[in-house]
Design a binder for this molecule. Structure first.
Ligand SMILES: Cc1ncc(COP(=O)(O)O)c(C=O)c1O
Length: 386
């Protein structure tokens, strides 16, 4: 049976391949976007796990939008007005898929920053969207390019990760957030705000969501993967009711609803008295690891490489002189360190800046130091002969 044309154009995920190679115990992986499993709040989930045995109702089919008590909690927690609502999804990845299926016709234009989250490019590719990119700078998207693009191409939506971007770690400035919101209102473009790393801020001051400045023109995707556990597969989508209702319709066809026992478990966790302390703990842990990675890179990277500091999230983006980053990633793997080369974060036809994405949340401080030794040894040898 021939596979659909929309699927034929999707590259097999290089990340999956590299992640499986990185399982080798001699390899230190900075490739995945994995939280530290030692930091999963399993103790805080224990009371609800016990209570679930007495709650047969949550093992029944449930409502497509989500488990009622959790939705009520999140409506308040996210400070949503009555004109807006929240719906649960099977990871924020599913929220993205539902948005694409509910709103994108083949050929509709979706704007993204370049580079951008690979999973979003896959989702929009699967509905045959016309993906258009704008460059990203240290404060967010290039606003001149963005306005030109909005004016000339009338896109349907602008998808972005303003908080601690995957892969670059960039956090949009307040001014950029306000200006992007103003452009979305002016040109009637829906802003799809993907915020899975928002709670992982370990320095600097919190900044409002972009959507706070354009609440009628936006949909927000949140994830519980990074602050609770990815295996729960729970995320939330919020926005004005008219934007959310079509998503519920698509979700009915996709999976009826997300797991109700897992939603009840998440509610118990979010309401636990010590959940705030848990967030403080993971922020402190990731800050320490980030600092170890950043300092080691600063001391040992060849001068032709570059990187920016980050205030949260999971990634450092190391820029390189022009080179074959796939070949470099392969050599690095053979030398015991797994990283992700930059072209996977660009649409296929787009020229990629030579760079590597390094994760700092999953390896220990000692592993990070050893990984930098291996990485910079290879870089000094290969970049010297380019
Ligand atoms: C930017 C971005 N969006 C969405 C996701 C998917 O998250 P979830 O586990 O909630 O599906 C990820 C996962 O790494 C991500 O980096």
């Amino acid at each position: 049976m021939e596979i659909a044309q929309s699927l034929q154009q999707i590259q097999s995920s290089y990340i999956r391949e590299i992640l499986s190679a990185a399982c080798n115990k001699n390899v230190i992986s900075l490739a995945g976007g994995l939280p530290d499993e030692q930091a999963f709040p399993i103790d805080l989930m224990r009371p609800t796990l016990t209570q679930l045995a007495e709650m047969p109702n949550v093992f029944q089919y449930g409502a497509t939008a989500g488990y009622g008590p959790l939705l009520d909690f999140l409506q308040h927690h996210f400070a949503l007005p009555d004109s807006h609502k929240v719906m649960m999804c099977t990871g924020s990845q599913q929220g993205l898929d539902l948005i694409a299926r509910a709103y994108i016709n083949p050929g509709d234009t979706v704007v993204m920053e370049a580079p951008s989250y690979l999973g979003a490019m896959q989702v929009f590719g699967l509905v045959s969207a016309n993906i258009v990119t704008v460059a990203q700078n240290a404060h967010g998207p290039d606003l001149v390019q963005l306005e030109q693009c909005f004016e000339q191409q009338s896109p349907k939506m602008f998808y972005a990760v303003p908080d601690f971007h995957n892969p670059t770690g960039v956090c949009w400035s307040l001014e950029t957030r306000q200006q992007v919101a103003a452009l979305c209102i002016k040109y009637n473009v829906a802003f799809i705000e993907d915020a899975p790393y928002r709670e992982l801020r370990f320095s600097g001051n919190p900044i409002p969501l972009v959507s706070d400045f354009c609440p009628e023109h936006s949909i927000v995707l949140r994830s519980f993967s990074k602050i609770a556990s990815p295996g729960l597969r729970l995320g939330a989508v919020s926005g004005k009711i008219a934007f959310l209702d079509p998503l519920i319709k698509v979700k009915q066809g996709a999976d009826l609803h997300s797991s109700v026992p897992m939603q009840a478990l998440l509610l118990g966790l979010l309401q636990h008295d010590n959940f705030g302390l848990h967030i403080d703990k993971i922020r402190a842990l990731y800050k320490t690891r980030y600092q170890v990675l950043f300092d080691a890179l600063q001391q040992q990277l060849p001068v032709t490489c570059g990187m920016n500091s980050v205030e949260g999230g999971m990634f450092i983006w190391v820029t390189l002189p022009e080179c074959d980053t796939f070949a470099l990633a392969k050599t690095l793997l053979a030398n015991g360190v797994a990283v992700v080369p930059s072209p996977v974060f660009y649409p296929e036809a787009h020229p990629a800046q030579a760079a590597l994405r390094l994760n700092f949340t999953n390896a220990t401080a000692e592993e990070l130091q050893e990984a930098v030794r291996r990485l910079t040894d290879v870089l000094h040898n290969t970049l010297a002969v380019i």
